[in-house]
Design a protein around this ligand. Structure first.
Ligand code: ADP
Ligand code: ADP
Length: 220
């Protein structure tokens, strides 16, 4: 069944620009989907609609059976706990170590100390950063920082993982490493949606692709 549905969604920014114009999209549970398209085509906008950072001007955005636009406050927070988000620029807290950056999410959600520690080690191991747990972000390479941000996104085991140009600042080797981690998480059962303008990366992976162009979505 579908974990994400866009129904006749239009997103018009306040300056009158239509980023998305009457689009439909269905993403099934456990799917791995690429969203491609040129810079400025609306890829980030699409993801922002899914985690409630932007509201649709028209139409419905359904995620995990919630109508995202109708959620406020606590109920939006509850949905966001079920969504892991990875950004191009990592968004790590510089004054906190790798372990602290990852644990912070669970602390904010009221997990017990015991549960936090139970989750931390396997998560860092999965992204290959167990040995860097006590490093600060500025002691890590870009690829490592992005893997910390993936650890932070998945430590609460969300069923939906959104990655907005996760490899945008990385060289090909690090990009491929990040993609392999995202594919592993997908194999473990997460639905993964990745935006990218890296056509080569998309071609290397055998996943469905939706292209955003002129406000429309095209299945490729
Ligand atoms: P992409 O992620 O594909 O680069 P975005 O979704 O960030 O594209 O942006 C799509 C279009 O919407 C761009 O033309 C961008 O300038 C415009 N846009 C994005 N955010 C805003 C905003 N807050 N206000 C006005 N226009 C915006
Ligand atoms: P803002 O201007 O709102 O700070 P940012 O681009 O800095 O925008 O951050 C994007 C939004 O994504 C923030 O509002 C933040 O609350 C939200 N966000 C960041 N990480 C997560 C997450 N793991 N789960 C849900 N929402 C998140």
């Amino acid at each position: 069944s579908a974990i994400v549905q866009l129904r006749s969604v239009t997103k018009t920014y306040t300056n009158g620009y239509d980023a998305l114009l009457d689009v439909n999209l269905e993403v099934k549970q456990k799917e791995f989907l690429f969203i491609t398209g040129p810079s400025g085509s609306g890829k980030s906008t699409l993801l922002k609609l899914l985690y409630g950072q932007e509201l649709p001007t028209q139409g419905e955005v359904i995620v995990d059976d919630y109508n995202v636009a109708a959620l406020r406050g606590d109920r939006l927070s509850l949905l966001r706990r079920r969504i892991g988000i990875v950004f191009q620029d990592y968004k790590l807290i510089p004054q906190r170590t790798v372990a602290e950056n990852v644990m912070f999410v669970l602390q904010a959600q009221g997990y017990t100390r015991k549960e936090i520690h139970r989750r931390l080690e396997p998560t860092l191991k999965l992204v290959g950063l167990l040995s860097k747990a006590d490093c600060f972000p500025d002691q890590l390479s870009g690829g490592e920082q992005q893997r910390v941000s993936i650890a932070r996104a998945i430590v609460g085991t969300p069923p939906l993982l959104l990655a907005d140009e996760p490899t945008g600042n990385l060289d090909p080797d690090n990009s491929w490493q990040v993609m392999q981690i995202l594919q592993k998480l997908n194999a473990f059962g997460a639905t993964v949606i990745v935006t990218t303008h890296d056509e080569q990366l998309v071609r290397r992976c055998n996943h469905p692709v939706v292209q955003v162009r002129d406000g429309q979505l095209y299945r490729k």
